[in-house]
Ligand binder design. Structure first.
Ligand code: HEM
Length: 503
């Protein structure tokens, strides 16, 4: 046994590695490295929690080895600041695991692309066409329509128009699925101008992708072993998932191209992101050929990153509200008193609320949907908090743990939106205690978009319905178990009883 195996992906250079001052970490075994510490932990299926516990012993900057992959784990605000601000240039590339390699077509997208000119260009196009505040605002009607559809579907379930458990009784409304479909419809409409008729199949594949890309499958632990990859169930499932997802997206692109040739006069190139990408593909203008594959990967990124995150946070926010009746009552009173007598809420109304925004902030704090951020990779050897980090090391920033750290938050595990009332701590990448969207060059470009997708729906759910656990269960009984994947969802679907509010 040795305490720190050569962290560099080139173990032959062990003499050079021995001279390095590597970050601390638990002892390692040949072949599996530090994996047994994770597997033997009481949080074996929740690595973000297991690593938080380990950081209590080894400190805020740890070096572990999972299979053959040296992994740096940052677990404090100071360590996060070093990674995402002080050494942002060194850590702004992505680590492409075997499963991520498959779903991102070798990192030819934005989310998992290495730090290069193609990533910069694609990100710039999306910033201009999708993410800037003016553009986000222009999609307001889309959000209002989709929220109205969700509310109608919940009302229908309450009045028994829908089979499968009425909202007023039985098993309750499946709010997880309702929210997920609604947010996906919004994001897809903003990216391609219309709903996706294969939406449910797409969401099913996305579920699979989220589960498979957590980073701890055999293929991800031994990325250089062709044998492991060949026999890995996760790699095989991921391949199938990738084929299905790209078949759906390619059919959307194909239909769009055919429609454009049929009625060229009605072609609105700049109406949505897909139109812009197809125009750029025809006209050139980027520093690289915009192939069909790249267009598909970018559209997939937006569909996936946009809907998975916001719907996960919304499901957690509703769970916390039902679990904390005091907060639910306060948020509901604010919405109902502010808009008393109004038939429905619009986006313009959202600026008149204050507590609701704190509820969303607190849900983002307690349930950072991407617990380790998207994995980064050290591009050049550097020193972090006095330790050497070798080039090629995979990096996790445990933002989930940092946002619950009692040293900073006091009662970090408690859902208490009021904590933000007198605090200037924000999630836009400057306060490293709270970075659910990341920070630095790879910060999420969809913050405004994501917030807009959450505010109106949460306010409307509270305005139009009362919410309870089905079957008269008390609020304390609500299952809050997490399911680990590249995002952190609820393990069980959120089933709640919706009681329409009578004005
Ligand atoms: C609650 C909402 C959201 C959360 C919490 C969230 C969180 C994140 C996180 C943690 C990252 C990785 C950051 C890093 O590594 O530093 C990310 C990246 C990204 N997000 Fe979001 N996101 C949200 C909404 C959205 C939306 C609505 C979109 C698009 C419509 C979007 C598109 C992206 C893209 C394209 C990236 C990749 C950026 C890059 O690698 O350069 N996100 N997001």
């Amino acid at each position: 046994y040795y305490t720190a195996s050569p962290p560099s992906p080139t173990p032959a250079k062990s003499t050079a590695a021995a001279a390095l001052r590597l970050p601390p970490g638990p002892w390692q075994l040949p072949l599996i490295g530090s994996l047994h510490h994770l597997l033997l932990s009481r949080f074996s299926d929740l690595p973000h929690q297991a690593l938080r516990e380990m950081s209590g012993t080894y400190g805020p900057l740890m070096l572990l080895r999972f299979g053959s992959v040296p992994t740096l784990v940052a677990s404090s605000a100071e360590a996060a600041r070093e990674v995402m601000r002080t050494h942002d240039v060194a850590f702004c590339s992505r680590y492409l695991s075997a499963t991520l390699d498959v779903i991102s077509c070798g990192g030819r997208d934005i989310l998992f692309s290495p730090y290069n000119d193609r990533w910069r260009d694609l990100r710039k196009v999306c910033m201009l066409e999708l993410f800037n505040p003016r553009r986000v605002l222009s999609f307001r009607t889309v959000r209002e329509e989709e929220v109205a559809r969700l509310l109608r579907s919940i009302s229908d379930q309450c009045s028994g128009h829908h089979t499968g458990g009425g909202g007023g009784g039985g098993g309750g409304v499946n709010l997880s699925d309702g929210i997920c479909r609604m947010v996906n419809d919004v994001v897809v409409r903003t990216a391609i101008g219309d709903r996706c008729k294969h939406r449910d199949e797409f969401l099913h594949e996305l579920d699979e992708a989220v589960r498979l890309t957590g980073g701890f499958s055999l293929a991800d632990l031994y990325p250089s072993s062709r044998l492991v990859r060949r026999f890995s169930v996760a790699a095989r499932d991921m391949g199938r998932c990738q084929k299905n997802v790209y078949r759906i997206i390619e059919s959307i692109i194909h239909e769009r191209k055919v429609a454009a040739t049929r009625v060229p006069a009605e072609r609105d190139d700049d109406g949505d992101l897909l139109g812009v990408l197809l125009r750029l593909q025809r006209e050139g203008g980027l520093q690289f050929p915009l192939t069909n594959e790249i267009v598909s990967t970018v559209i997939f990124d937006i569909f996936a990153a946009g809907s998975e995150t916001s719907s996960t946070v919304l499901a957690w926010a509703m769970s916390e509200l039902v679990k904390n009746p005091r907060v639910l009552h306060k948020a509901q009173s604010e919405v109902r008193e502010t808009f008393k007598g109004q038939e429905k809420l619009t986006e313009d109304d959202m600026s008149r609320l204050s507590y609701l925004h704190l509820v969303i902030k607190e849900a983002l704090r307690l349930h950072a949907p991407v617990p380790f951020l998207l994995p980064r990779q050290c591009r050049e050897a550097c020193q972090v908090m006095g330790y050497d980090v070798p080039k090629g090391t995979k990096v996790f920033v445990n933002v989930w743990a940092i946002a619950r750290d009692d040293k900073f938050w006091g009662d970090g595990e408690v859902f208490r939106p009021e904590r933000f009332e007198s605090s200037s701590v924000d999630f836009r990448g400057n306060d490293f205690e709270f970075t659910p969207f990341g920070a630095g060059r790879r910060i999420c470009p969809g913050i405004t978009h994501g917030l807009a997708n959450m505010e109106l729906v949460l306010a409307s759910l509270l305005y139009h319905f009362d919410w309870e656990q089905p079957g008269g269960a008390g609020s304390g009984d609500l299952d809050m178990t997490e399911a680990f994947g590249i995002t952190l969802r609820r393990k069980s679907k959120l089933m709640l009883k919706a009681i329409p509010r009578v004005n």
